[in-house]
Design a protein around this ligand. Structure first.
Ligand SMILES: Cc1cc2nc3c(=O)[nH]c(=O)nc-3n(C[C@H](O)[C@H](O)[C@H](O)COP(=O)(O)O)c2cc1C
Length: 162
């Protein structure tokens, strides 16, 4: 077997593409994520890995809450938009005319037409390498569309990462 570039090789691990939303006081943001995973059934826990450079990072840290929407195959454009703009410069919800719905337990909005939306409370966070792992307890799940396939990370999407 031939050795290959580590960064390129890690991109071969398939990941679903999602949007994370967070709100702290009047500040809010929505950001594309792919480094996400389930980590426990009881209690239901998931993990998102967020760079401290992202605007959304401190909103999650300060509010202790976030939502994760797993996007559908039809929402690639939305994923690229939210993954190429930053909340430091624009309100992506407004500029991108992102369709949202009211959450139940937390403040950050849900994303319309996603495969699933999950409301999460931050249970733990770990700084590891150049990212922060936020462990979220899933408080509420919405709108599982069984016939809709999730958007999966491709090389084309990867090349647009900041
Ligand atoms: C497909 C895709 C997946 C991404 N996954 C992540 C991720 O898992 N974690 C992360 O910190 N940034 C990820 N990014 C980068 C952020 O979405 C991007 O830097 C965004 O502009 C940050 O916005 P913000 O500053 O408003 O938070 C991804 C970008 C794309 C396009």
């Amino acid at each position: 077997m031939q050795s290959s570039d580590i960064k390129v090789s890690l991109r071969k691990i398939p990941n679903p593409v999602g949007l994370v939303t967070a709100q702290h006081n009047e500040k809010r943001d929505v950001t594309t994520v792919a480094w996400i995973s389930k980590v426990s059934n009881i209690p239901p826990l998931l993990m998102i890995s967020i760079s401290p450079e992202r605007y959304i990072h401190d909103l999650i840290k300060q509010s202790g809450e976030f939502t994760l929407a797993i996007l559908s195959e039809k929402q690639e454009e939305l994923a690229l938009y939210c993954g190429s703009k930053t909340g430091y410069d624009v309100d992506k919800f407004q500029e991108g005319r992102i369709l949202t719905e009211k959450p139940f337990y937390i403040k950050a909005p849900l994303i319309q037409d996603a495969v699933v939306n999950l409301e999460c409370r931050v249970l733990d966070l770990y700084t590891t390498g150049d990212h922060t792992l936020f462990i979220g307890e899933v408080l509420m799940a919405y709108g599982v569309k069984d016939d809709t396939r999730p958007l999966v990370m491709t090389d084309q999407i990867t090349s647009l990462r900041l």
